[in-house]
Design a protein around this ligand. Sequence first.
Ligand code: HEC
Length: 141
Amino acid sequence: MQISKIKLSTFIVTSVVIGGISLLFAFIPAPDNKTWTAPATADKETNPIVSSAAAIEAGKTVYKSKCIDCHGPKGKGDGPKSADLDKNPQDFTKAEFQRQSDGSIFWKITEGRKPMPAFKNELSKDQRWQVVLYLRTLGKK
Ligand code: HEC
């Protein structure tokens, strides 16, 4: 009991300190910020994979096996699993989404944010960049 109380207060103090520092450096977003923003360094990264039919097809294969359940067949965020999530997956067909840089999208796929899993370990870098290329096709009318 005692120990868990000490642990809890240590945790709270630590959280407050870390939270304060994050606020000072406003570029570190609070964990449950509504808008999800990639760090500037990630935002500037460019896609090392040249877009081609083969690369887009590879991205589509990844999308179908790892993303479609939540994000839906057309990327509208209406996959069969989306109803069970406490947050809506984004609509990839929207201009707001497509305005983001490749680097930002790549970073979000890499890091994830609950309930979206991180794909850092599950997908290779090439696969993540290929998925970015595929997501671009969903925005085109
Ligand atoms: C378990 C369901 C789930 C799976 C699987 C999933 N996502 Fe997500 N995704 C989400 C949710 C929910 C959000 C919104 C998260 C937020 O705003 O905090 C999201 C957000 C995103 C975003 C950010 C959208 C924006 O507007 O910035 C991208 C990009 C993305 N997902 C890509 C993918 C890709 C690519 C895959 C497969 C490799 C994938 N997701 C798999 C649920 C999922």
